[in-house]
Design a protein around this ligand. Structure first.
Ligand SMILES: C[S@@+](CC[C@H](N)C(=O)[O-])C[C@H]1O[C@@H](n2cnc3c(N)ncnc32)[C@H](O)[C@@H]1O
Length: 273
């Protein structure tokens, strides 16, 4: 088992969260595959921590993104999903009854572990490249299922908070320009500016041996204008406090106080061209 360093080490946290959620008496998502993978690798990564609030947050984001993906699959013409920074994500496997075309992308050290548990098929491909290496785009366009009229859904789950504003802006612009003929939807997880400045207080991320740091977050949705390509418009912001209300304990009260709601949780934002 290779030792993960830097941001790739963080992929173990959502895996642990989904695995633990499977055993909850009233789970937000029921993901048996994550549980199996977690049992397989947990002895190799003894410092994997997933605190209770992260377990809820990650389960909530999984459920929100499952719904967004379902909606996209139901309504898009010739849908293709491109999941960037996939880690050990299991969403495609939860959707496989649709014979859906799907690309999971991550850096080599993450995909090396992923390939122990997942296999490519005619409709499911794994790209072994950094999202910052633009050659991944040509590779995606070479797949048999690629069609220049396809509707594309790009998912960034637990990824972009580790990158700075200019990098995110450049990446979104590159995607928009290189897939210019397509109808594109983005579903992106963002943290708040407050959370981005306090990685060391994050109960799970701060326990990772390589201690990757969050770099970008926003408190007010309007701040996102600074990174969005002009072709994109925001469709919806999903603040996690608004979902599965009984699971947030006392923190749940934040949903009634906008100042705290905007700062103490993550959100998924959907955007379209
Ligand atoms: C917190 S994990 C999220 C994994 C997965 N999306 C999930 O929710 O289970 C962050 C992921 O970003 C990936 N990542 C980091 N830098 C990347 C890059 N330059 N290109 C693509 N993926 C990257 C890491 O390898 C890791 O799998």
């Amino acid at each position: 088992m290779n030792q993960l360093k830097g941001i790739p080490e963080s992929m173990l946290i959502p895996l642990a969260a989904r695995a633990r959620e499977f055993d909850h008496e009233n789970p937000i998502i029921k993901d048996e595959l994550s549980k199996e993978i977690f049992c397989h690798i947990k002895n190799d990564y003894k410092n994997i921590e997933c605190d209770k609030m992260s377990q809820v947050g990650i389960s909530v984001r999984s459920a929100i993104l499952d719904d967004i993906t379902q909606d996209f699959v139901n309504n898009a013409e010739n849908p293709i999903v491109i999941n960037i920074g996939c880690g050990l994500d299991t969403r495609y496997q939860r959707f496989n009854t649709y014979n859906l075309s799907w690309v999971d992308l991550d850096v080599p050290e993450s995909i090396q572990i992923r390939k122990q548990f997942f296999e490519e098929t005619a409709h499911y491909k794994m790209i072994v490249k950094s999202m910052l290496d633009d050659t991944w785009i040509e590779q995606a366009k070479q797949y048999d299922f690629y069609d220049k009229d396809a509707n594309l859904l790009f998912i960034f789950e637990g990824v972009l908070m580790y990158f700075d504003m200019q990098t995110i802006k450049g990446l979104l612009n590159t995607i928009i320009q290189q897939f210019a003929s397509h109808k594109i939807t983005f579903a992106i997880e963002f943290c708040s500016k407050t959370i981005a400045k306090n990685t060391k207080r994050h109960k799970s991320v701060s326990k990772l041996s390589s201690q990757p740091l969050f770099q970008y977050g926003y408190n007010q949705l309007a701040e996102l204008d600074a990174i969005l390509p002009k072709q994109l418009s925001i469709k919806h912001e999903y603040n996690y406090f608004d979902f599965y209300k009984s699971r947030w304990g006392l923190f749940g009260a934040c949903r009634y106080i906008p100042f705290l709601k905007n700062r103490l949780n993550n959100k998924i934002v959907t955007m379209e061209n």
